[in-house]
Write a protein that binds this ligand. Structure first.
Ligand SMILES: C[S@@+](CC[C@H](N)C(=O)[O-])C[C@H]1O[C@@H](n2cnc3c(N)ncnc32)[C@H](O)[C@@H]1O
Length: 217
């Protein structure tokens, strides 16, 4: 695989996740069992939205969507990687999974979702793509709808050549909570809470995590 810049960057990310989709599922599908804080955040999302459809954006193997679906009436998972989507469909029957790019959710109508969870999926965006991603999330949320974002805290962009024992070519972008809050407000959101947690030692990559709650104004 070769690095691609500017054009086709999202296709490039998708191909990389296609390449590791099966291993990613084996490694991460049960991770919520070890992550009490993440479960609490997802429980809040269900409590805060009560009715309406939830979307797990950048759903990967589908485990977050499956957690939500056990508590909410209607859940959709969206991911840019066709193999991630195919794996999620096979694993969690009864939940709708579809391919889509968070920068342009073509075919998703305005005000479709009461809530969006987006766990570690903005990590492949460049800073200058946040505006398009957040505008699109704002568009597809209902008025007063909730967005829950999770990401790694920092300023760096890390290039990764090997992931889960396979060769990849992926950049991981870290963000500061303040810059994310600003970008969300610019896209029309009202930021309600910005939370931090330390990593679960031994259970995940040792980075500080941020969870931001924003509401469509
Ligand atoms: C680090 S994984 C996180 C997956 C899952 N949310 C989790 O918590 O394990 C990032 C996921 O985001 C997806 N992704 C990356 N860029 C995307 C985009 N522009 N639109 C939709 N999904 C994207 C990838 O295909 C991958 O499944």
């Amino acid at each position: 695989m070769t690095a691609e810049h500017e054009h086709g960057a999202e296709d490039h990310v998708a191909r990389n996740y296609d390449h590791i989709a099966d291993r990613y599922a084996v490694h991460f599908c049960d991770e919520l069992e070890r992550k009490a804080f993440d479960r609490l955040m997802l429980d809040w999302l269900v409590d805060r939205t009560r009715s309406g459809t939830l979307c797990d954006l950048g759903c990967g193997p589908g485990h977050v969507a499956a957690y939500l679906a056990r508590r909410a009436s209607s859940v959709v998972g969206i991911d840019i990687s066709p193999r991630m989507v195919a794996g999620a469909r096979g694993r969690y029957r009864g939940i709708t999974f579809q391919q889509g790019n968070m920068l342009d959710l073509d075919g998703v109508l305005e005000a479709t979702f009461a809530g969006i969870s987006c766990f570690y999926s903005i990590v492949h965006l460049r800073r200058d793509q946040l505006r398009d991603a957040f505008r699109e999330m704002h568009r597809v949320l209902t008025p007063q709808g909730w967005l829950l974002l999770a990401f790694h805290v920092g300023e760096e962009r890390c290039h990764v050549r090997e992931f889960l024992g396979r060769t990849v070519d992926l950049d991981f972008q870290f963000f500061l909570p303040g810059e994310i809050c600003k970008a969300l407000e610019k896209a029309g959101f009202t930021v309600r809470e910005a939370l931090l947690r330390e990593p679960y030692a031994g259970a995940e990559v040792e980075t500080q995590r941020s969870y931001i709650w924003a509401q469509r104004a």
